[in-house]
Design a protein around this ligand. Structure first.
Ligand code: BG6
Length: 337
């Protein structure tokens, strides 16, 4: 977790030359103007990275984008048109379902691109094209720097495809690249202020169930936060799209369940705030993760808060993933796991 600022700087440098302001995907000799559909396939944490990428791709690339879990995709009859591009995400490069899904996509004539951390892994070797994450070894099963490097590459790849297909002006691309360059510093800031996360971890460690809520591109981060917590602390945890809360899950809310609301201060902040009010009205133990200003407006509702410096919406999924990794880690430490 604490290696992320330096590793992400390395990953960014591998695909973006800050001096010339140019993206560097020279090995990716795909004619993106001919691509008819993009599918992104993965398992676990890598699948949540794929979900975030769908929001980015849809914002910048005018193509049908499909995201699927590898163990579903390989047994489905997904529409795979000629000149379709299938992207496979995997930290290890060896996950059996993801590998089988790639072989299936190849059989169906798809162009295959893997994004893996482990060089010379099966997914790296078998794909038509491959990009490496440069995260270094992931010692534990739970992927942390694996996730944030995948996300960073996916964001740079989105900008590369947008540039190659002339969807976004050069000026706009270089503005977005400046935001990407801010990521390591913003993550350092979070890692230098872990006290509030430790306090919350002590509370969450007492719970039997927890719920994480997010909206839009932060929704997959809520899913990832729940996965990380259950995988490290053995506490049952669910990630829920904020707007879905009222369609059933609200029945679970009582004073014993910590509800962690990921509410970056963006154009959907008011919507997520109203979900926070629904939770508070049912006596839920609310923990809000937002900018200082966003948290100030939620102060009367939430029991605990984590402040994250306000940043552009584009990079927020990468930034907000980190306090969630810390929370899972400190809860696991509290429980002696
Ligand atoms: C699972 C792990 O077995 O594999 C998850 O428990 C992980 O943490 C998932 O995200 C996918 O792994 P990979 O290596 O394909 O990204």
């Amino acid at each position: 977790i604490f290696e992320q600022p330096s590793i992400l700087a390395d990953t960014i440098n591998a695909y973006y030359d800050a001096e010339s302001s140019e993206l560097n995907f020279s090995n990716l000799t795909i004619d993106f103007s001919k691509i008819t559909k993009i599918s992104i396939i993965a398992c676990g944490t890598s699948y949540y990275a794929a979900m975030v990428a769908k929001y980015w791709f849809e914002s910048f690339i005018n193509l049908p984008i499909e995201v699927d879990i590898a163990s579903e995709f390989r047994y489905r009859d997904s529409y795979l048109p000629e000149n379709g591009l299938s992207i496979f995400l995997s930290q290890s490069g060896e996950t059996a379902d993801t590998l089988a899904a790639m072989r299936y996509a190849k059989q169906k004539g798809q162009i295959t691109l893997s994004i893996v951390n482990v060089k010379e892994s099966s997914l790296d070797r078998e794909a038509d094209f491959s990009l490496q994450c440069f995260a270094g070894p992931e010692i534990s099963v739970a992927s942390t720097k694996g996730l944030t490097t995948q996300l960073t590459i996916l964001l740079l790849l989105t900008l590369h495809i947008a540039q190659e297909t002339n969807r976004v002006s050069k000026l706009e691309i270089s503005r977005k690249l400046q935001l990407v360059a801010e990521i390591p510093g913003r993550i350092s800031e979070i890692l230098n202020n872990v006290e509030s996360v430790k306090v919350i971890a002590r509370e969450v460690a007492q719970a039997r169930n927890t719920i994480f809520i997010g909206r839009n591109y932060i929704y997959p981060i809520a899913l990832e936060a729940a996965l990380k917590l259950k995988e490290l602390s053995y506490i049952h945890s669910e990630g829920i799209a904020a707007g879905e809360l009222k369609h059933g899950p609200i029945a679970l809310i009582d004073e014993n369940i910590p509800i962690i609301i990921l509410a970056p201060q963006n154009n959907l902040f008011e919507k997520t705030s109203s979900n926070a009010q629904e939770v508070a009205a049912r006596g839920g133990k609310l923990i809000t993760i937002s900018s200082a200003e966003g948290n100030a407006s939620l102060k009367n509702l939430s029991k605990y808060q984590i402040n994250i410096s306000h940043s552009d919406a584009l990079i927020e999924p990468i930034i907000y993933a980190v306090p969630m990794q810390l929370l899972a880690y400190y809860v696991a430490v509290c429980k002696g796991n």
